[in-house]
Design a protein around this ligand. Structure first.
Ligand SMILES: [Zn+2]
Length: 196
């Protein structure tokens, strides 16, 4: 599939169809054979970029039932952004011309729960907290589970930061070449919820 030929809405629907297969236990495990592997040696043409939590229960290729070379995935605890991650996503948008960038948070996120609990994070883990804490603060006034609401807020805030990011991503969004969306994965059901 040529990423340049498809729009963000089209590939988002493709992701969601794959997630419905995964959630229903009807995965096809597409494009994971040696033929596909060999076809990708000389280059890649992924059609979506995903910034997801590093949590072992949230592997994008599995929960969206996609194959080798389909998804450009960047992962970090808490689905937050920094310059290295942003540079990687900019490469996906400019170098690989993906039409969709999804920020994927999830339920029962340990990184978000740690910040929400006020735990004293050791070593470099403490560097994650400043990006997560504003979302925890916002979620404090919401009804429902604090950790899950805060994880949703992290995804929304990160997506907002990416949408406003100059000089690469924001112009692509304005020109309609890139769609950026936030989403939330439910561990218990296997489903992905799009966030407004
Ligand atoms: Zn997580």
């Amino acid at each position: 599939m040529e990423s340049t030929a498809l729009g963000g809405d089209t590939v988002l629907e493709r992701l969601l169809r794959g997630n419905r297969r995964f959630a229903a236990g009807c995965c096809r495990h597409p494009r994971q054979d040696t033929g596909r592997r060999n076809a990708l040696v000389s280059g890649q043409a992924p059609w979506a970029a995903i910034l997801s939590c590093a949590d072992s229960r949230v592997p994008p290729e599995l929960i969206f039932d996609q194959g080798l070379g389909d998804l450009f995935v960047v992962r970090v605890a808490g689905s937050i952004i920094n310059d290295h991650l942003l540079g990687s996503l900019e490469y996906a948008a400019v170098g690989l011309r993906v039409p969709l960038l999804m920020v994927l948070a999830h339920s029962n996120c340990g990184a978000v729960a740690a910040v929400a609990s006020g735990a004293d994070l050791q070593g470099h883990m403490a560097s994650l907290a400043p990006a997560i804490r504003p979302a925890v603060d916002r979620a404090g006034s919401m009804e429902g589970d604090l950790t899950d609401n805060a994880a949703r807020e992290v995804a929304r805030m990160t997506a907002g930061q990416l949408t406003a990011s100059e000089p690469i991503l924001a112009p692509l969004v304005r020109n309609g070449q890139l769609r950026i969306t936030a989403a939330f994965y439910h561990l218990a059901h296997g489903t992905v919820e799009l966030l407004s």
